[in-house]
Ligand binder design. Structure first.
Ligand code: ARG
Length: 587
């Protein structure tokens, strides 16, 4: 149990023992103090309750504190009533010592697994085939991967699904390009680049030559009607794209349980639209089959309404166009059905650009109408900006490609490595550059609130100083290097730590906080809670290391401090692994 949970249960019993008639829904809580000068934890329950029951808050706080004493709080913490009736808890040195001891023996680093595991489907990355992943996909891929890792570690049954866009209108152009422009050698060497090249080339041609545009449209129709040649080309395109994508995922150390792209649902779309029509969930409008508002929400909150010329008008979701073709929306409705029926999903998280907000609001609304009980969440994120504060672009004005962004970051970290650790063997330097470069891109992403835009600044991201991946990776290396200097091996399972000094207390507090903050990531699906915690942990390790000599100390003090270094390294590397970031042994 975390210290927070222990205090929490004591305060609940304390309130019960007072014999007060507690109002409905009143739940006394113990929070982590924002300022350690006041203590480690704080409860404002006495104040909150006094207000509701018109009692004197300080008097009630005094009663609660007396009751807490009877509940045995004294073995954990000293108490103090502050201000109008806050109760502050300061954890005792003996309790820190015990906590550190229990962490040493705990493979889960003080993190409890959820009592009731849920089936969580995480839909992330999902690039479009024949178009390379660009930096926009980076946010989805990195956030989605880390949320999956964290929820898995918290005990949930996580299913990751790469819902790639493998059946879009782009295939008209791609097939035309394949038939007329493809360079097979280039395709072999770098499939994503070659597919992108022909796609761009054809796009240009279509703009100047109407007949080519018509031919492309014809190719798309043929594909949709099941033309054998076009299907074969499409198949090959998807296959080589997957190869290219997998090369990037390998580099990012990202994997998926399933790759059920849009095309997987093709066979289910006609029956689905027929059902939607039959049940009245959708109706015909100008030949198109549409989902309209069911008027259960005020227009302002209704995703099927928009204000036009001062009036609320219908904003339907089209599920079958007048020409009979289904679309992105239809596929997503079928996808929800599949995930509910096949995977028994309790939750589905869509880690997708905030610009698709309307699509998901409509999708969630229609799913609910059709009886979906799972919790559907659009996990939104903002834009990556260049140093000029505008959305990041290449010199040609295109969106930068993910692979190039990774290359640039690795290149930048090579420079840093040459400066700091030029004596390492060449292949180790190369591995290090990859771990730092890719880690930097990931950490920059994950340390920001996902809804804020952030500036992509390579030099800053890869710097050893600052809130960066290399700072954390280096802190871990520093912990580990202490053990390389030792002559003896340490048996951590037999250490009885004795936490005494300020630096030791501060570090113990940070170590024990891991189990308290990690579950909070899932409250609002924010990996930055973990990323920022790791930075704080590393800072507190460096302060400890400056104030408290480790190797030069003696006896149990030395063992205690070694234990703190060991735990710091364990939690840093574990936390980084949940962010998908590698921890090198040397730097
Ligand atoms: N392929 C889409 C895009 O790149 C993202 C798909 C997200 N997932 C979904 N179920 N709609 O914009």
């Amino acid at each position: 149990m975390t210290l927070q949970a222990k205090l929490q249960s004591k305060i609940v019993s304390a309130f019960q023992s007072l014999g007060l008639e507690l109002p409905e829904g009143f739940n006394p809580e113990v929070a982590i103090s924002t300022d350690v000068r006041h203590g480690d934890y704080q409860a404002n329950a006495a104040m909150a309750l006094a207000k509701r029951m018109r009692m004197n808050p300080r008097e009630l706080a005094t009663q609660v504190v007396d009751a807490l004493h009877s509940e045995g709080v004294d073995e954990l913490a000293t108490l103090e009533i502050a201000g109008p009736g806050f109760i502050n808890f300061r954890i005792l040195k003996s309790a820190w010592s015990e906590k550190v001891e229990s962490l040493l023996r705990d493979e889960r680093h003080g993190v409890l697994a959820a009592d009731s595991p849920e089936n969580i489907v995480v839909d992330f990355s999902a690039p479009n085939v024949a178009k390379p992943m660009h930096v926009g996909h980076i946010r989805s891929t990195i956030i989605g991967d880390s949320l999956s890792r964290i929820s898995r570690f918290l005990g949930h049954n996580v299913i990751t699904d790469n819902h790639i866009g493998d059946w879009g209108t782009q295939f008209g152009m791609v097939i035309y390009g394949w038939k007329n422009l493809i360079n097979k050698d280039a395709l072999k060497a770098d499939p994503l680049q070659e597919l992108l090249r022909i796609y761009r080339e054809v796009n240009k041609l279509c703009k100047v030559d109407e007949t080519i545009l018509e031919t492309c449209k014809g190719e798309l129709v043929k594909l949709q009607q099941g033309d054998a040649t076009n299907l074969e080309i499409w198949n090959e395109c998807v296959d080589v794209s997957k190869l290219g994508l997998n090369a990037i995922y390998d580099r990012l150390d990202v994997s998926f349980d399933h790759w059920l792209g849009e095309s997987f649902y093709n066979g289910q779309l006609a029956p689905l639209t027929a059902t939607l029509e039959a049940t009245g969930d959708a109706s015909l409008s100008d030949g198109a089959l549409c989902v309209f508002s069911n008027n259960e929400l005020p227009p302002k909150q209704d995703p099927f309404k928009e204000k036009r010329d001062g009036e609320w008008s219908d904003l339907p979701m089209i599920v079958r166009k007048a020409d009979g073709a289904s679309n992105y929306a239809t596929t997503d409705i079928a996808t929800v059905d599949y995930r509910l029926n096949e995977w028994n999903a309790d939750k589905i998280w869509y880690v997708v650009d905030a610009r698709q907000a309307l699509h998901f609001r409509q999708l969630f609304d229609i799913s609910q109408r059709r009886g979906c009980k799972a919790e559907l969440t659009h996990v939104t994120f903002g834009t990556i900006l260049g140093k000029d504060g505008k959305p990041l672009k290449t010199r040609d004005g295109d969106l930068p490609q993910l692979a190039n962004v990774l290359n640039d970051a690795v290149e930048q970290s090579r420079k840093v490595i040459e400066e700091k650790s030029s004596d390492l063997p060449a292949d180790e330097k190369e591995q290090l550059a990859e771990a730092i470069g890719v880690g930097s891109v990931k950490f920059t992403e994950l340390s920001h609130n996902r809804n804020s835009d952030y500036v992509f600044d390579l030099e800053k991201m890869v710097a050893l100083q600052g809130d960066t991946a290399p700072y954390l990776q280096y802190s871990n290396v520093r912990c580990k290097s202490i053990f390389r200097k030792l002559e003896e091996t340490v048996d951590f399972s037999s250490i009885k730590p004795e936490i005494e000094e300020e630096g030791e207390i501060n570090l113990s507090r940070m170590l024990s906080r891991y189990g308290e903050i990690l579950p909070n990531v899932l409250d609002d699906l924010r990996p930055n809670i973990l990323a920022n915690y790791l930075i704080e942990l590393a800072r507190s390790f460096h302060s400890f290391f400056e104030a408290c000599p480790v190797i030069q100390s003696q006896g149990n003090t030395r063992l205690t401090r070694l234990a703190l270094c060991e735990l710091t390294s364990r939690i840093l590397s574990h936390g980084l692994s949940l962010l998908g970031i590698k921890t090198p042994n040397r730097m």
